[in-house]
Design a protein around this ligand. Structure first.
Ligand code: ADP
Ligand code: MG
Length: 457
């Protein structure tokens, strides 16, 4: 069972989480937690303030965080027996102060130090949740993910060494489960072979949870969030999205690839390889069914299940120069891509002309400058994509025609720009993104099939 930051924001929500766990204790779960609320981004802010030579502001942000966390801790303290957790929490904050001082004196926030700082968010939240569980007489046992989740050395976006981690996870966690205790462990963090702390990058906690679930060959991976499940669109963008009851691994993977923040893109694979379902449940309505992600869903006809988008994109149209051969052109182009460490999000084209869609970033800028030397380059800025996701939707050309006709009628021209079987993706100008998404959502989900969707009541 994994609980995200939004589900652990303050004493009330921590209490709610302990309630949810205690009702499911017979399942012998392992608990994976994120940092509380917005702690990760606030720790990052503190680190940046230190780097930018504003140590006073950095340390005062740290004391605010300390006060807030101790307030939650104090809501659950039961006396002497949990004081080891208080000691831990206090130590973590002292260590954090030392790391911030180090950043301030070096005037540089290296990826290595950034990971050191950010990991404390999960270390602290897991200590608090353990205290809260113990206060309910649950035999919780606080673990350290850095002992079993081994990653490469890409600080700030480390990749787990999956096979090695799975063995360590089993060795570390199974004995605790076998003693009838409840393991509580941090998501998002790991360590390199030599023991340096790493983080898995944005939204990495879901990934940790799925890896742990897969390693233990559990029969259910539960990701608890503060949304009702995976929805027909981001509830922050659309007022009344419906919840999707069932999705396939493919659909969920596409959904995250094309921008839905709801699940980490790498999350799906370890579960799929062992055929373990992933449930997305809501901490607000714990008894609701949420969404289950598993093997193929058998709807008779392919349907669109969700709309998602990505913004702040650049479209690069790169045309081979007169002289170079197609092989040369492709080779040089992708060599630059590799050296720039930019992963193009969409690639389209032929041997003479390639279009790449990439995120706006410093790395992309560097890459763009390198193209200038050997090709003709056009850069379209302020681009976004909208994707319609559903298993095998691309086989349903009638559906696509219908969507196109509707949106053309609204004066918007859409060109499909990807080749996945489970989605249609359109490029649009960022300025029109919101309007188009709302229109498309209203049109596509004007009626929802109750077998597939749970409408908001
Ligand atoms: P957690 O606190 O568990 O880490 P996340 O923030 O990772 O939760 O995921 C929940 C968020 O995902 C929601 O706040 C919601 O805005 C966003 N989201 C984007 N697309 C969707 C979607 N299709 N269905 C549900 N949530 C979505
Ligand atoms: Mg998350």
């Amino acid at each position: 069972m994994k609980f995200g930051g939004a589900s652990l924001d303050g004493a009330e929500s921590v209490k709610n989480v302990t309630e949810i766990i205690s009702r499911r204790i017979d399942l012998q779960p392992v608990i994976v937690v994120s940092a509380m609320g917005k702690t990760t981004s606030r720790l990052l802010k503190a680190a940046k303030l230190a780097e930018e030579q504003e140590p006073a502001n950095s340390y005062s942000l740290l004391s605010t965080l300390r006060e807030e966390h101790l307030k939650v801790y104090n809501a659950f303290k039961t006396g002497d027996e949990d004081s080891i957790y208080l000691e831990k929490i206090n130590n973590y904050f002292s260590e954090l102060k030392i790391v911030l001082e180090m950043i301030a004196s070096r005037k540089e926030l290296s990826p290595f130090l950034q990971d050191k700082v950010l990991a404390y968010g999960e270390l602290i939240s897991s200590a608090i949740l353990t205290t809260a569980l113990i206060s309910r007489q649950i035999r919780a046992n606080l673990l350290d993910a850095r002992i079993c989740l081994i990653t490469d050395e890409h600080f700030t976006h480390a990749h787990p060494k999956e096979d090695e981690s799975q063995i360590k996870i089993r060795d570390y966690i199974l004995p605790i489960l076998n003693k009838g205790m409840l393991p509580v462990i941090q998501g998002y963090i790991g360590s390199t072979q030599s023991g340096e702390t790493t983080t898995l990058g944005f939204e990495g906690s879901d990934y940790s949870a799925v890896l742990i679930g897969a390693a233990l060959e559990t029969n259910d991976i539960q990701i608890w969030k503060d949304v009702p499940g995976v929805m027909t669109a981001d509830p922050d963008l659309i007022d009344t999205p419906a919840t999707i009851k069932k999705m396939s691994y493919e659909e969920a993977a596409e959904l995250s690839l094309y921008g839905a923040k709801v699940l980490h893109p790498n999350t799906i694979q370890p579960a799929r390889s062992k055929n373990i379902p992933i449930h997305i449940y809501s901490v607000r309505t714990p008894s609701a069914d949420g969404t289950v992600i598993g093997n193929k869903t058998d709807t008779a006809k392919p349907v669109i299940k969700s709309i998602t988008c990505r913004d702040k994109l650049l479209m690069l149209n790169i045309q081979s120069g007169e002289k170079s051969s197609e092989f040369d052109f492709l080779y040089r182009l992708f060599d630059i891509v590799r050296q720039s460490e930019v992963v193009p999000y969409i690639i389209l084209g032929s041997g003479k002309q390639i279009s790449l869609v990439v995120d706006e970033s410093k790395k992309s800028d560097v890459m763009i400058n390198s193209f200038g030397g050997f090709a003709n380059l056009g850069v379209e800025k302020n681009k976004a994509t909208i994707s319609l996701i559903g298993e095998n939707v691309s086989h349903n050309t009638k559906l696509l025609t219908e969507v196109r006709e509707y949106i053309n009628g609204e004066g918007i021209e859409l060109t499909v720009s990807n080749v996945s079987p489970h989605s249609f993706t359109f490029m649009v100008d960022s300025s029109r993104l919101q309007t188009i998404i709302r229109k498309l959502h209203a049109f596509i989900f004007r009626e929802v099939n109750r077998d597939i969707f749970e409408a908001i009541k």
